[in-house]
Structures are given as C-alpha cells and as structure tokens.
Design a binder for this molecule. Structure first.
Ligand code: PHE
Length: 450
C-alpha cells in the first residue's frame, strides 16, 4: 500500500458517531442553506423538490454506499483508492481532486461573505428593515475588491487550521461541536419562520409542485444539487470512508447521512421561504436570498437580532464542516501519494485554493465583465463545471467502476465483513449501481448538453 506512514496505522475516526457527524457535516453545508432554497425558488419550488427526491432515491443512497465502501476497502484517498483496484482508473480519482480544488475555491468566497455577515450580525449592522438598503449593503460587499478577498482568505484560514489538527483532533472534534449546534439552531429557525403570519404561502411554494417550470435543465440542476449536497462524485466520501475500521456499518451510515442532509435542506427551505413570503419578498431572488432577504426578515421579527446571530453562526458552522472535507480530499491525496507531511500539504494546498478563489471573488465586482463559459464569469463557471459536469461525471464513472470493474460482489463482501454486518438491500443496491445510476446520470447529462 502506498501509504506515507509506513508501519504507522492510518488514522481512524474515534467513534461511529464521530464518523456520522463528520460525513453529515460534509454533506450539510452551503448547498443546503444557501443553494437549495434559491435553486428550489428558481425552479418552481415543489416540482424541484420532488425531482430532487427521485434522484436522491435512485442515485443518492446508492453512490453514498459505493463511495464509503471503496474508501474503507482500500484505506486510501480518492485517487489511490481507484488505483489500488485498477491502475488505469486512477484518473477518475483525479477528476475528483480537481473538482475539490474548483469547488472549494468558490465555496470559500461565499464562506467569506458568511464570516462577514456573522460579524455584522453581532454588531447589529444588519438591523435594517429596508430590503433595498440591505441589498445595497450586500452588493457593496461582494462587488468590492479587498474586503471579499480578505474574508475569503479568513475562511480558508479557518478551514486549514481545522484540517491541520488531523482526522480525529481536527475534523471529528470540530464536527462534534458544529453539528449538534446546527441542528438546534435550524429547528428553532424553521419553527419561527413557519409561525409567522402569512408563512403558509412559503410552505406551499416549497411543497406543492408547479410542473410548468420543469425542463431538462431543471433536472440537471437537481442532479447537480444532489451530488453537491451529498458531497458525492469527488471522492469526499471515499476519503472519509478510508478512515473507517472494518467493523463499521456502511449500509446504516449510507442511509443516515443522506437523510440528515435532506432533512436539513428541507428545514432550510422551511426556515427561509415562509419568512420570505411572509414579508413579501421574491423567493427566486437568487444567491442573495440568505444575505439580503433574511436579514430584512430578522429586522422585523421580535428578538430578531438574536435569531440573526444564530442563523449566521449556523451557516458558518455548516460551511466550515463542508470545506474541511473538501480540503481533506486534497490533503489526503498529497499525504498518501506524495509522501509529504500533513502540515505542509495542508498549507500548500490551501494557498493554491486561496489564489484560485481570487478570480471567483472578483467576478462579482471588478471582473464581472469577464466571461469564461457563455454568460458565466469565473465564479459561475467554476460552479457549473464542478457541480453540473465534474460531480455527475465522477458519479457516473464511480457507478461503472464499482458496478463493473471492481464488481458489486466484492463490494458487497467488503460491506458485509464476513457476515458481521447485515446488508439486506444488497441486491437492490447492486441493480441501482450497475444500471439505474449510470443510465440516469447519462441521460440527464447528455440531454441537457444537446
Ligand atoms: N455538500 C456540501 C454542501 O452542501 C458541499 C460539498 C460538495 C462538500 C462536495 C464536499 C464535497 O455544502
């Protein structure tokens, strides 16, 4: 095995709960809190949610299990895992590492805005009821030059400090604080939002489907969102799975993690959309939803400033628990394969991501006129290539690899660990990973690009 620390066993999660929290922490992030409500808003609310669920059932659970199993079986990073089983497939793992670079570089830009808003929420600077004034405040932040870069740097710094602590001491430990905190806060916020007068419109919007808005582009968005939200298709769960011991129950984890993730996405929708309707804002107002609309909502709520601090802390926790998992994909690869020590690997890769994020940051301001893909600046291009191309492609190739190259029999054997772990849906999983997953992903991708 190409492991740096030869003779030294690979680091492992301290407990079963530790792994679940870390993996759920990876899954629950800006994808749930920032992206889900606005993509659902843009794409017809309930109809989007329904399509999201269908994809979740067909490929979400399936790929979650496939990735974790691949990681545990090989005890290696995303690239090493493919290589160990079939040398010529290592490049598929590389796609994942590239995706991790791209996603983290723009993810951290939003993470920076979140830090900025968390600070603003503490100082009361957001206590403005006028939506337009809040819109201008947000515009001013994101179209700037120094400030957004600085906060993007701060977010990367926080991410790297946690990852420096290692799997147990950094990632697992921080998730044990972030995740319980996050659950409590989001439930309080959803209840608050749903009990506002006029909230029912928002609930209806999220849950009652309007199929007139459904196009193949919407289905691709939903597919991309499932991958993004579950941290699938780039080897994140391979990496986290590689720190599992043989006695771990993968089928159970593969159900719990997506359920937590989806639960939080729906709760986020229920926290954001009813409030948006109750105060007469536009649900499809895009990425600014949680930065513009939400503060306006809080400003009008009794004890709003307390809820507001809670909200931005929640978003910050969620973002960090995801960003550390992306950085870990890259760091694990560098540590395993290049035999570089963890500290240097972490510092170096964080620096590259910071630099890569700068054009993404500037694409909201001074560089907003530069387009890379038609109609998309740096930020949107990174997001599109990673979320709508690399992740689904990575997921498709993962299905082929686990279903046909490695083979589901070997995977199932790995999961069952000599019959010690029950895996009753092995037959269904096998069918899903061999046929349904790849065909579904391929159809959506090909059709939307034609
Ligand atoms: N799942 C995270 C979110 O929803 C983002 C992420 C994507 C994390 C891919 C890791 C890998 O915010």
């Amino acid at each position: 095995m190409s492991n740096v620390n030869e003779g030294q066993p690979r680091e492992q999660w301290g407990s079963k709960l530790g792994f679940i929290l870390a993996a759920a922490g990876s899954a629950v992030g800006l994808g749930n809190l920032w992206k889900f409500p606005y993509i659902a808003g843009k794409n017809g609310g309930g109809a989007f949610v329904l399509i999201y669920f269908i994809i979740l059932f067909l490929v979400g659970f399936t790929l979650m299990l496939a990735e974790i199993t691949l990681g545990r079986a090989t005890q290696l990073n995303a690239i090493g895992a493919y290589r160990k089983i079939r040398k010529s497939w290592a490049w598929v793992g590389s796609l994942g590492v590239v995706a991790a670079f791209l996603i983290l570089s723009f993810y951290s830009v939003i993470g920076g805005w979140v830090i900025n808003y968390t600070m603003k929420s503490f100082t009361g600077a957001l206590h403005v009821t006028d939506g337009q004034a809040l819109g201008m405040m947000f515009e001013k932040l994101i179209t700037g030059t120094t400030e957004p870069i600085l906060f993007h740097g701060l977010f990367m710094l926080a991410t790297l400090l946690i990852v420096l602590g290692g799997v147990g001491g950094g990632i697992e430990k921080s998730n044990k604080i972030f995740m319980p905190g996050l659950f409590v806060i989001i439930i309080i916020l959803a209840i608050r939002s749903m009990t506002l007068p006029g909230a029912s419109e928002g609930i209806k919007y999220l849950l009652v489907p309007d199929f007139s808005k459904v196009t193949i582009g919407v289905v691709l968005d939903a597919l991309g969102q499932v991958f993004f939200s579950l941290s699938l298709g780039m080897g994140c769960m391979i990496t986290y799975g590689s720190y599992l011991g043989k006695d771990s129950n993968i089928p159970q984890s593969s159900i719990i993690i997506p359920l937590i993730d989806t639960g939080v996405a729906i709760l986020a929708g229920l926290a954001v959309l009813p409030a948006v309707f109750a105060f007469g804002f536009d649900p499809s107002s895009g990425p600014g939803l949680i930065f513009v609309t939400f503060p306006a909502v809080f400003a009008k709520m009794p004890l709003g400033s307390i809820f507001e601090v809670m909200f931005f802390l929640l978003v910050l926790f969620a973002a960090l628990s995801s960003s550390i998992s992306m950085l870990e994909v890259i760091v694990a690869y560098v540590v395993d394969e290049w035999k570089i020590n963890r500290k240097i690997a972490t510092l170096l890769t964080s620096l590259i991501i910071f630099l890569l994020g700068i054009p993404a940051t500037l694409s909201f301001g001074p560089w907003s006129h530069i387009t890379i893909l038609p109609g998309r600046g740096f930020f949107d291009t990174f997001d599109f290539i990673a979320s709508n191309v690399l992740l689904p492609l990575g997921g498709f190739l993962l299905c082929i690899f686990v279903g046909w190259i490695w083979g589901t029999e070997k995977a199932i054997k790995e999961v069952r660990n000599n019959g010690k772990i029950s895996f009753q849906w092995a037959g269904i999983w096998s069918f899903l990973v061999k046929y349904v997953g790849p065909v579904a992903i391929l159809i959506v991708m090909v059709r939307s690009f034609l």
